[in-house]
Design a protein around this ligand. Structure first.
Ligand SMILES: Cc1cc2nc3c(=O)[nH]c(=O)nc-3n(C[C@H](O)[C@H](O)[C@H](O)COP(=O)(O)OP(=O)(O)OC[C@H]3O[C@@H](n4cnc5c(N)ncnc54)[C@H](O)[C@@H]3O)c2cc1C
Length: 401
């Protein structure tokens, strides 16, 4: 570190920030992680990494950290429609990733990764809230701790401060948003009786509702209920738990799964619309994870994207001494792969979650064709953003050819 200038300052010790800190510290970089929380708590975030994200985690060297701190493998993907279970998918055998999904309690994963970053040599400061970023000259952050304000300088600042990122505003990034369509409510439940070797997913296309259960073993499961924003319903707090259970059952979850369920954490509801930055790099500042693009949680891609962002940025920084070029190369690549995931999310939301006559006509046309030819539905959510989602792919997806 030359004259108190770090190689990298990372704002936020979430999955994205800590994973990058660990990887860059292992490669010999001087890394400072600034995390505002002194103790991680349940913020009702993602707790299931899809198979392609697990492969990214292996490449970044964090898969074992997650697995050994309580990661629970989900080799099966069960889908439900009403009382039927039409799908029982073997994720290892049928995805290009060739891996199971991995479920873990988010605060435990954050703690394990930030400790791994510190063990790799990163300096970790907890209770350190960043209150400003200045990228003019040598990039600089201003931090508030219990001892007052302090400024730190670095060759590169990485904003990994999550879906409400302020750092991207301070960095002058232009933020884009999809229109609101879906809300996602989530809660950690104990006493869930769904088998714990599978993710359980119920879809009610008539009501535009979608339920996801990600078991973490011994009856504990992270459960989500996705529903139309137009319903005007916003579930929050323990008093809404009976409603959460009731609505989830209406959307296709077997009634007995939740019969004995009790809350093991807060219940909260979020807007699901994607919020993203087209080119998440400006001189001296890169954005990763939700700060770069918070995707619609309905489709469970956020953790995989955050891990991929850290892996791709690491690879560019380590292969190019010119970090200006490396940052732009990361941002170009991000635009491509996030673009594919985002397109897949928009198509699935339009086809599966929109309600009304036109939506029913679209489904009546497309879904029977999917059953005849599975390749019409790109496997992006499980296998990753490797496919090109062009106009031809769109027409095949919607059954227009
Ligand atoms: C309801 C819901 C369900 C989801 N379900 C899934 C799922 O099933 N699968 C999936 O893959 N993804 C899911 N996601 C998305 C996933 O949770 C996120 O994509 C992922 O957590 C992003 O990680 P991150 O490191 O970018 O941000 P975060 O996890 O938000 O971490 C940001 C960190 O920055 C810190 N921070 C923020 N501001 C400051 C500051 N000013 N100074 C210092 N520190 C700061 C925060 O304390 C936090 O520790 C879901 C999201 C939601 C909301």
């Amino acid at each position: 570190m030359a004259a108190d200038i770090h190689d990298i300052i990372i704002i936020g010790g979430g999955v994205g920030g800590s994973a990058l800190a660990k990887a860059m510290a292992e490669a010999g970089a001087e890394v400072l992680v600034l995390e505002r929380e002194t103790q991680f708590r349940d913020r009702v975030r993602g707790e299931a990494i899809m198979p392609w994200g697990v492969v990214e985690a292996v490449e970044l060297g964090i898969r074992d950290v997650i697995a050994s701190s309580g990661g629970h493998e989900l080799p099966w993907w069960n889908t439900y429609q009403g009382s039927r279970r039409p799908g029982h998918r073997d994720l290892v055998a049928t995805t290009r990733a060739g891996a199971p999904a991995l479920a873990i309690y988010h605060p435990v994963m954050q703690q394990a990764l930030i400790e791994a970053a510190a063990s790799a040599g990163a300096t970790v400061s907890r209770g350190a809230r960043v209150v400003g970023v200045n990228a003019n000259g040598t990039p600089r952050v201003t931090v508030e701790t219990g001892h007052g304000r302090e400024a730190f300088r670095a060759r590169l600042i990485v904003a990994a401060d999550g879906r409400g990122s302020l750092a991207r505003e301070w960095g002058g990034f232009q933020v884009r948003r999809d229109p609101e369509q879906t809300l996602v409510a989530g809660v950690l439940l104990d006493g869930v009786t769904a088998s714990d070797d599978a993710a359980h997913v119920g879809l009610d296309t008539q009501g535009g509702r979608f339920v996801l259960i990600f078991p973490q073993s011994q009856g504990r499961a992270r459960c989500y209920f996705c529903y139309p924003e137009a319903s005007g319903l916003r579930m929050t707090g323990q008093q809404d738990l009976p409603r959460f259970v009731q609505e989830s059952q209406k959307a296709g979850v077997a009634a007995e799964y939740y019969q004995q369920a009790t809350a093991a954490g807060p219940l909260a509801t979020f807007d699901a619309a994607a919020v993203w930055v087209e080119h998440p790099y400006k001189p001296g500042v890169a954005l990763i994870g939700d700060a770069a693009a918070s995707s619609d949680p309905t489709w469970g891609q956020g953790l995989s994207l955050a891990i991929k962002d850290a892996r791709v940025l690491r690879d560019h920084l380590l292969s190019n001494d010119d970090w200006e070029e490396a940052g732009n190369a990361y941002a170009d690549e991000h635009k491509q792969y996030y673009g594919v995931v985002h397109t897949a999310e928009l198509w699935h939301s339009e086809l599966l979650l929109e309600t009304g006559e036109e939506a029913d006509v679209r489904r009546a046309r497309a879904l029977p064709l999917w059953r005849e030819d599975r390749s019409r539905n790109p496997d992006t959510f499980f296998s990753g953003p490797g496919e090109t989602l062009d106009e031809k792919a769109r027409r095949r997806f919607f059954g227009e050819e």
